[in-house]
Design a protein around this ligand. Structure first.
Ligand code: FAD
Length: 412
């Protein structure tokens, strides 16, 4: 029996639960906290398994939102104005009614774990999972240490066990980023405005930009981000960050207090929803936006939809909203343009921001715009490269060869 299982609740041990959650990251927490708060699962039992105790600030989530979200009190900082900079173009945008929000991973994990520890029907287990399997009744989860746990109703999985399905017209780019939390001795930043994207930087490595999130007048998270097929050397990220801080922020004296590195695969390959009683959620369930890498808000929406479906229809598989196919197509076309290097991200995003309000771009990237404004957004972009990409996406087998971009990390 696992040594970690009884860490919090020694009395309620079992190998069988109504619901098992594989992984204890953003997707599990977002869904499980909602299920508990609904008050409809008081008689159910839950097991949450993760290999990691979630004690590190391993990521910072940024996203935009109009209203207060479920995790509002965890918002570390938010902004209602932002800068966009592109080659030869800079503009400050008001974004009300949106706010651009930041949640620190560690605050999210601490809050959710504390909340779960207070629930007598939830067990937490910190062990590596080897695999999960659907069964004729329910599903099972096998640990690396050979213990097996059973989900009588559903097993919600956020561990990326399965490769997404590839094929002609399917592309992957890596969104990779290195961020520094920097501090200055004197007031330097304007904490009321963040920089969403600054594309003025060197584009020699491919689509690259920096975002700057000032937390106070003396501290900011500065993050160098690329959408490319391969990673850089450690020192290249650091050099680009140093150059940006010196040449664009015009800051010479600062201390690096924290570092963040991350890779988010951006792909139009198709993720499995899960088989039988297994329901894939989060990145493993295809909740990462293929053209931007934003995931956090899509996870929130997916969690709402799963809960609604369970309460209304008795199963956790919400049907696709009718417009989602349209946005998947837009994402695929944009990825296709980038992978074929028809146009760089700097030009694409600069044109979008130059000719549209930030709010309209947000709605588009959020999959919540309407067709007429999508036509305006599409009209901001050069026709040729996007038409050719759209044709390749609509008739993938007609093209002679397919650069598929990066290898998805799961394919290695
Ligand atoms: C550094 C970083 C920054 C990001 N920033 C943003 C952002 O600003 N905005 C945004 O919208 N999205 C962002 N994302 C993308 C996305 O929101 C996050 O990756 C998000 O955490 C995805 O949630 P998830 O639950 O699917 O996966 P995770 O949160 O990664 O949860 C999966 C869990 O599974 C566990 N696990 C994995 N393998 C095993 C195993 N074999 N056994 C047991 N446990 C296992 C992991 O320890 C992890 O806790 C970021 C991603 C990264 C990596």
């Amino acid at each position: 029996m696992s040594t970690h299982l009884f860490q919090y609740k020694p009395y309620n041990y079992s190998y069988e639960y109504d619901y098992v959650f594989a992984g204890a990251g953003a997707a599990t927490m977002s869904l499980l906290v909602r299920m508990i708060l609904s008050g409809q699962f008081k008689e159910s039992t839950f097991l949450v398994v993760d290999k990691d105790q979630k004690q590190n600030n391993d990521r910072t989530w940024c996203f935009w939102e109009k209203e207060a979200g479920l995790f509002e009190k965890l918002v570390h900082k938010s902004w209602d104005q932002l800068w966009f900079h592109g080659p030869g173009f800079s503009k400050k945008y008001p974004i009300k009614p949106y706010r651009y929000k930041m949640i620190r991973g560690i605050d999210f994990y601490n809050f959710c774990l504390d909340f779960l520890k207070q629930q007598s029907n939830v067990q937490l287990l910190f062990e590596p999972v080897e695999r999960i399997e659907p069964m004729s009744n329910g599903a099972r989860l096998l640990l690396k240490n050979k213990e097996t746990y059973y989900a009588k109703k559903y097993l919600f999985n956020s561990i990326p066990f399965e490769k997404p399905v590839s094929g002609p017209g399917k592309h992957t780019l890596l969104q990779h980023f290195k961020g520094w939390l920097i501090e200055t001795e004197n007031d330097f930043f304007d904490p009321a405005v963040c920089t969403l994207m600054d594309f003025r930087i060197n584009q020699a490595h491919g689509t690259s930009f920096v975002y700057t999130m000032p937390l106070t007048a003396r501290s900011a998270l500065v993050e160098y981000t690329l959408f490319t097929e391969s990673l850089l050397n450690e020192q290249d990220y650091e050099e680009e960050l140093k150059t940006y801080i010196r040449d664009y922020l015009r800051l010479n004296q600062y201390l690096v207090k924290e570092r963040e590195f991350g890779i988010i695969p951006m792909t139009n390959q198709v993720f499995s929803e899960g088989e039988g009683a297994i329901v894939n959620i989060g990145t493993a369930g295809g909740q990462t936006k293929p053209s931007s890498g934003y995931t956090f808000q899509f996870i929130q929406r997916h969690s709402d939809a799963i809960l609604y479906s369970m309460l209304q229809h008795g199963h956790p598989r919400p049907s696709l909203r009718s417009h989602e196919g349209r946005f998947f197509f837009y994402d695929s076309v944009l990825l296709d343009v980038l992978v074929h290097k028809e146009l760089g991200g700097a030009e694409i995003f600069t044109r979008l921001f130059k000719r549209n309000s930030a709010k309209r771009v947000f709605r588009f990237l959020d999959n919540s715009s309407y067709l007429p404004e999508e036509l305006l957004l599409i009209g901001s972009l050069p026709v040729g490269p996007f038409l050719r990409a759209a044709r390749r996406q609509l008739f993938p087998s007609s093209a002679a060869s397919y650069p598929t971009g990066a290898t998805h990390p799961l394919e290695k």
